[in-house]
Ligand binder design. Structure first.
Ligand code: MSP
Length: 505
């Protein structure tokens, strides 16, 4: 089955920070999980390269906008591999193939009767590239997102008849109550729709850095339409020699809450106008905060993903962000917090569990756990976990899925303490006790750790790979996520998955 997941495409006029990496990591967890389920995954990310800010910075520097974006896009392209994103393609909106597809689709929207020429006057935020409605204007005519004064602007433009989709959008929200998650964001979008939709600009004439309007070359398309359309245009050329438009649309979108209106109101309306299906789902994340304020370049409080990963590794950073900040909520992050979770959860809870389990099988059974049934209590504790994790991920409950797995990490740690395999080994050796008891414990531990490795793969791709290799079971497929599904193989040596000296650095 085709499964598509996307991140927002990033503005190139800033340097990537952990806030950007966050959407990418969330989308990557879903992509990896669906690959495990055997889906034909297309994971898309990229850069949003048009619009005023880019044109302005290029003009200040005396270079062309294209030169500027060619210089900056690679910084976002480089972020992917650093956070271990497994994206299948990286789309750039300055790509001529994207531009041609935008022109074709928006011409179709016009041919379908949803475009007209008109004029508009309103309060405009140049950073959002957005005219604000009454309810979106903050104290003193400022932008609620950027805190800067809005400017009064009027324009004669091509308009998109958003108002024509009022009913259809309300219907969409009624028919599919979990189309936007979490609920609070869905309610926010629905309230905006119910407040009455006004038509919005489709084009702008004041700037020239954008996709030319084919029927009026004095205009370029408003940057948000051009940007949103990446999600469908890239399907045409993102996989060599194939057009994924049929097999891989609709997609699941992962976005931040500041771009909710565009993705949950404008975008489905545009798709309807073009005769295309609306997205499968929109998963809306909150903000990463630093000392209580949104991490952003303009506030100067960004955490550099490259530095954090240099210190603790990509797996740890992925894990930390998704564990610390419940997906959908705002949450504070810091290097101290990362260090703490690295030491307590990754090194102690998971790393120690894996290394002592493997070490005991090597010490007491020469590396070969017997092929006996697993402990019934642990079997019960793991029963249904694979289905639960899959359902939570399908529902956009990324943090809850991770917590469900982590409960079992803790359960296995308790199991080791309860059964004290070292004592069983001693009794075997000194008193000739029946080896069956220790066999069950060791088999349960190895099998439990293997299942955890399969389940945790989307969050911790590198360390779970190392772990599963050491267990002699390097198979990620989802039907191996059940306790007892693994054959008892020979276990090899395992170097510490999360070395303490790394955390001390
Ligand atoms: N170019 C638009 C998106 C177009 S999608 C068709 C854009 N770009 S952005 O680079 O400004 O932001 C990209 C994403 O990063 C947004 O979803 C935004 O919410 C997210 N984040 C930026 N800072 C963030 C945090 N501090 N925390 C979490 N996510 C944040 O918007």
């Amino acid at each position: 089955m085709g499964y598509s997941v996307t991140t927002p495409i990033f503005y190139v006029n800033a340097a990537p920070h952990l806030g950007h990496a966050y959407s990418t990591i969330v989308a990557d967890v879903l992509a990896r999980h669906h690959r495990q389920r055997g889906d034909d995954v297309f994971f898309l990310t990229g850069t949003d390269e048009h619009g005023e800010p880019v044109a302005n910075v290029a003009a200040e520097r005396g270079i062309t906008p294209q030169e500027l974006v060619d210089e900056n896009a690679p910084r976002f392209q480089a972020m992917g591999p650093v956070v271990e994103a497994s994206n299948d393609f990286f789309v750039r909106t300055s790509d001529p193939r994207h531009k041609a597809a935008v022109q074709e689709i928006l011409t179709r929207v016009k041919d379908n009767g949803y475009v007209y020429e008109g004029s508009y006057e309103g309060w405009y935020c140049p950073k959002c590239a957005d005219f604000k409605t009454e309810s979106e204007i903050a104290e003193g005519n400022t932008c609620p997102i950027h805190g800067i004064p809005l400017s009064r602007e009027s324009e004669t433009n091509w308009f998109f008849r958003l108002s024509a989709f009022q009913e259809q959008l309300e219907q969409l929200y009624a028919d599919r109550p979990d189309w936007v998650v979490p609920q609070a964001r869905r309610n926010e979008a629905l309230a905006f729709i119910k407040g009455g939709l006004q038509d919005v600009s489709l084009s702008r004439s004041a700037i020239s850095w954008g996709v030319e309007v084919p029927w009026d070359p004095e205009h370029v398309f408003y940057v948000w339409w051009d940007a949103l359309l990446n999600y469908v245009t890239a399907l045409r050329f993102g996989r060599e020699g194939q057009d994924l438009s049929e097999s891989h649309w609709p997609a699941v979108h992962v976005i931040g809450k500041d771009i909710l209106k565009f993705h949950t109101i404008y975008w489905p309306a545009l798709l309807m106008a073009a005769g295309l299906e609306v997205p499968r789902r929109v998963l809306v994340g909150g903000f990463l905060l630093v000392d209580g304020a949104k991490m952003s370049k303009s506030r100067g409080n960004v955490l550099d993903p490259f530095a954090a990963i240099e210190a603790y590794g990509a797996d740890a950073v992925r894990f930390y962000l998704l564990r610390e900040v419940g997906f959908g909520q705002d949450g504070s992050v810091s290097l101290d917090g990362l260090k703490l979770r690295y030491e307590t959860e990754l090194a102690n809870d998971l790393g120690n569990l894996a290394s002592r389990s493997i070490a005991m099988v090597r010490r007491y059974r020469d590396g070969q756990a017997s092929d006996v049934a697993v402990d019934p209590e642990i079997a019960a504790a793991f029963d249904g976990l694979d289905a639960q994790v899959a359902a939570l991920l399908d529902d956009g409950q990324i943090s809850q899925a991770l917590e469900a797995i982590w409960e079992r990490v803790r359960r296995l740690n308790r199991f080791v303490e309860e059964r004290a395999p070292w004592a069983l080994a001693k009794a075997e050796k000194n008193d000739g006790a029946d080896p069956a008891a220790l066999d069950v414990v060791l088999r349960t531990l190895i099998e439990g750790v293997r299942v955890l490795g399969v389940l945790l793969h989307p969050w911790l791709p590198t360390s779970t790979g190392t772990l599963l290799d050491a267990l002699g079971a390097p198979v990620l497929a989802w039907d191996g996520a059940r306790l007892g599904a693994g054959a008892a193989g020979e276990v090899g040596e395992l170097a510490p998955l999360f070395p303490k000296d790394r955390a001390a650095a």
